[in-house]
Ligand binder design. Structure first.
Ligand code: DP6
Length: 331
């Protein structure tokens, strides 16, 4: 029996994923590009144990809710199907960032679980296969297997085997800092999974969202290759605002922003107009992520901290691949 501990970093998309082309296989309807975040990570330890009658999840030191445990158990079933290990698992997972702050934890959680549980079950999967596995837990998790700048392909195959992420560049390619302005600590009403499905079913903007995505991908990929900050800023804000337009035009409308979110967007644009290279992006929540070259991070952080309504600012650089931290034989 093996006990395996892994670590995976969270990520933030510069070209957003919103909408699925296949729900059971969790296949995104659009490709995406993200950066992996160094300071925000999950550590997960897994041991499959013949003595256990059910899967157990301890999340941040407490027994997890039935819902979270079920979601994990469903994911572990996939690993049990692929491996010879049919036992239940004891899983301890911690996020080093406040989950109450509404920061996405599914990306780092499922990437970490795919690596730790896969290994503990005796599977030795290459990164591309880990990415495919992580995607079955959460679309954005496929990207968290890799560090630096990451592209998630939409894929062509029906079985999803080519719907995986790969690294465009390691973090050393470009020293960027992400400053996360926390504007609310309330739990959001509609999570990404339900929100994007509602958008697919009801938003009149869903079709143009899909058809306009390849251009954003091509432009973002090229801008990252060229380290063209202005272009990255333009495409990232465009993709973010387009995703939120789609969410707003969902019925009933999904309003992920609060007043401070909007103020922070204006503020970031003002900074840019005044010569500071910085842009914003926002996921399915009210927090604003400002991205700038590392040398500007001090001044951007200070400006965001001074904005009324901003509770605090979390600073992070770009992170690396998901890794195994510890592997032990037990029992
Ligand atoms: C707005 O990966 O959380 O953060 O695949 O249903 O688990 P599921 O969705 P999830 O969605 C992420 C949506 C987003 C944009 C992005 O990260 O690309």
């Amino acid at each position: 029996m093996k006990k395996v501990k892994a670590k995976a970093c969270s990520n933030i998309a510069l070209v957003k994923y919103w909408g699925k082309r296949n729900i059971p296989l969790n296949l995104p309807a659009v490709a995406s590009i993200s950066v992996t975040l160094d300071t925000l990570f999950t550590e997960t330890e897994v041991r499959f144990d013949p003595e256990l009658k059910n899967d157990i999840l301890v999340l941040n030191g407490s027994l997890a809710s039935e819902k979270d445990t079920q979601r994990m158990a469903k994911f572990l079933d996939l690993i049990r199907e692929k491996s010879k290990n049919k036992n239940c698992a004891y899983v301890e997972s911690t996020n080093n960032f406040p989950t109450s702050a509404g920061l996405a934890s599914s990306a780092s959680s499922f990437a970490c679980l795919a690596l730790a549980a896969g290994r503990a079950a005796g599977l030795d999967l290459p990164k591309s296969k880990l990415s495919e596995l992580a995607r079955l837990g959460s679309g954005s998790a496929a990207r968290s297997i890799f560090g630096g700048f990451v592209e998630m392909a939409i894929g062509k195959k029906d079985d999803g085997s080519d719907c995986i992420a790969h690294q465009l560049f390691p973090k050393e390619h470009w020293d960027l800092t992400v400053l996360i302005a926390i504007t609310s600590e309330k739990k959001k009403k509609t999570g990404s999974t339900d929100g994007m499905e509602s958008s697919r079913l009801t938003s009149p903007f869903y079709k143009p969202w899909i058809t306009s995505s390849p251009k954003d991908m091509d432009e973002m990929r090229e801008a990252i290759i060229q380290k063209d900050f202005e272009k990255v800023a333009e495409v990232a804000e465009f993709s973010c605002l387009k995703m939120h337009a789609l969410a707003l035009a969902t019925n009933p409308g999904l309003i992920y922003w609060n007043g401070t979110t909007v103020d922070a967007m204006h503020h970031v644009r003002e900074m840019r107009e005044n010569g500071t290279p910085v842009f914003f992006t926002i996921d399915a929540g009210p927090q604003v992520k400002a991205i700038c070259p590392a040398e500007y991070s001090g001044q951007v952080q200070k400006q965001l901290e001074q904005l009324p309504g901003v509770i605090r600012v979390i600073k992070t650089g770009l992170g690396g691949d998901a890794i195994v931290v510890e592997e032990k034989r037990v029992g």
